[in-house]
Design a protein around this ligand. Structure first.
Ligand code: ACO
Length: 327
């Protein structure tokens, strides 16, 4: 049996902090509203000129250094992102060039906030099949670039950042990815989408004036899907591995909203001490959310060798996914 073992991890967030109090000067909101509805206190915003590939490359560089691999040994680069530097070439190819990963194939995966777990799942399949031994998996987004800072119902939620892991084939023991599960359900464009800039609505004066190049979201409808689907996909992972909720050492959910995290944990009967939370610092960074949280959990000692970690996420599509990793 081949397991995809995590041998390197890294993350990167821009320096600029945007606090709730600052947002009060931009839209009609309050720190009390944002904190009580979302748990978010601040988020990071990339300065002008910084791109998703810059953030992805910084995170990936740290992950590769920690892995001890020679950069030439990376055979595949997968980047989960919905805010690529440009429509093409892919952000993965740009990261390849920035880091000199000359022997890798590279492509992006678009799965909204599930982008990192989707990418992890594809990487795991390639490793299990024997096709590749060393894969770089990235989750990175600059949501500030597609956020409408005149829309108070969305602009308080999102931030910028990214993370990366290096996976390698492990045949010696059972450390690594034990399972991944992915789901999709099209037909929900009305609750979460960015319509402008694609083949349906190429950029035009009209599309810019009608603000179609920004995220549009119906938050309360999405909230209901999030809690139900995140619970279901977490249970699917636990049952698939013949585990019980109490066997999981750390639950690292998508950091979208503290109320979604708490409601999901409650449904799964996870005590909050076993749930990793950093949404207060970064808001929702989409594909960046899980790898940033995993990196912080690892660096703070909450993820140790042999720990059983459960991750899950939901995003635009809808897409939702989970994975259990023996760290
Ligand atoms: N400040 C003050 N008031 C606000 C704000 C704000 N920032 N935003 C909305 N309100 C108001 C609304 O106008 C509404 O007022 P009204 O009753 O007078 O019309 C009131 O607050 C309640 O609005 P709701 O949308 O019902 O608030 P809700 O309790 O649902 O919380 C929230 C909103 C935080 C967005 C929540 O629905 C949520 O977190 N949803 C999930 C979003 C999410 O997780 N998205 C992740 C996927 S994103 C991706 O894939 C890229």
């Amino acid at each position: 049996m081949i397991y995809s073992k995590v041998i390197g991890i890294g993350s990167f967030v821009p320096e600029r902090v945007l606090t709730n109090d600052e947002l009060c000067g931009i839209v009609d909101t309050s720190d009390e509203w944002i904190t009580s509805r979302t748990g978010i206190k601040e988020r990071r915003i990339a300065e002008k000129g910084l791109t998703t590939s810059d953030i992805a490359a910084e995170a990936a560089k740290k992950a590769i250094e920690l892995s001890g691999l020679n950069p030439q040994d990376v055979e595949l680069i997968l980047a989960g992102t919905i805010t690529p530097d440009m429509i093409f070439p892919s952000t993965s190819c740009i990261v390849q060039e920035k880091l000199g990963l000359k022997n890798a194939a590279a492509f992006d995966i678009s799965a909204g906030c599930s982008g990192f777990i989707y990418s992890l799942s594809v990487a795991d399949s390639f490793i299990k099949s024997g096709k590749y031994k060393n894969v770089l998996v990235i989750g990175a987004d600059l949501l500030s670039r597609i956020t409408d800072y005149t829309d108070r119902s969305t602009c308080v939620l999102f931030g910028d950042g990214g993370g990366a892991v290096v996976l390698t084939a492990n045949t010696e023991n059972t450390r690594g990815i034990l399972s991944t599960h992915m789901h999709s359900e099209g037909g929900h464009d009305d609750i979460l989408m960015l319509k402008g800039g694609g083949s349906l609505m190429p950029a035009s004066l009209e599309s810019v004036n009608s603000r179609e190049h920004y995220i549009k979201m119906k938050g309360s409808e999405l909230f209901r899907y999030a809690v139900n689907y995140l619970k279901a996909v977490a249970e699917e992972a636990i049952e698939f591995n013949n585990l019980k909720a109490e066997d999981i050492d750390l639950f690292v959910p998508h950091q979208a909203n503290i109320r979604i995290i708490e409601a999901t944990a409650k449904k799964l009967r996870f005590p909050m001490e076993k749930v990793f939370i950093n949404v207060e610092k970064y808001g929702n960074t989409s594909s960046g959310s899980i790898p940033i949280a995993l990196d912080e959990a690892y660096k703070s000692g909450r993820l140790k060798e042999g720990s059983l970690v459960l991750i899950d996420a939901i995003g635009a599509g809808l897409t939702w996914a989970s994975s259990i990793i023996r760290w």
